[in-house]
Design a protein around this ligand. Structure first.
Ligand code: DQA
Length: 146
């Protein structure tokens, strides 16, 4: 059966394209969704794309991963730096998991240099703009198929 992955996007990522485009680029979340689906098809992966500004909704979505998906990519956005609840949900998932960020969080403000959520994933990709999503899909394919 075709493998299925979930891509979760956290708060304010619905504003991409108009929000601090010098940092996050000009692509909208819809552009990124389309690029992700195209990349997914080339690797024989079905992609579900989800965005929420609400921590509880993200956690409820994470609870679906174990049963419904073969892997997870998450950009927790600002929750990266604060959410032990999302970290705990990630730790409960026994599937390949990758954290991604558009920007290089290690070259920005001090408070962005700590990712709490990355302690619950296999690995982290950041700093490549929209391509962080594409690289994330390549990486999750390797974790799922190899
Ligand atoms: C981000 C980085 C976070 O620090 C920030 O709060 C975001 C976006 C990124 O993709 O670069 O909202 O996750």
């Amino acid at each position: 059966m075709k493998k299925k992955i979930l891509i979760i996007n956290g708060p304010n990522l619905n504003l991409l394209g108009q929000r601090e485009d010098d940092i996050y680029g000009k692509d909208t979340l819809e552009n990124i969704k389309n690029a992700s689906e195209t990349k997914g098809k080339s690797l024989d992966l079905t992609i579900d794309f989800f965005q929420s500004n609400n921590e509880g909704e993200i956690i409820n979505k994470l609870h679906e991963v174990e049963e419904l998906y073969d892997g997870l990519i998450i950009n927790p956005a600002a929750y990266t730096h604060s959410s032990i609840a999302i970290l705990d949900s990630l730790r409960a998932i026994n599937k390949p998991k990758i954290e991604i960020h558009l920007s290089n969080i290690y070259s920005r403000e001090e408070y962005r240099k700590k990712s709490i959520t990355s302690e619950g994933v296999n690995g982290l990709i950041c700093g490549f703009g929209t391509n962080s999503y594409i690289l994330g899909i390549e990486a999750i394919a390797k974790l799922i198929y190899n």
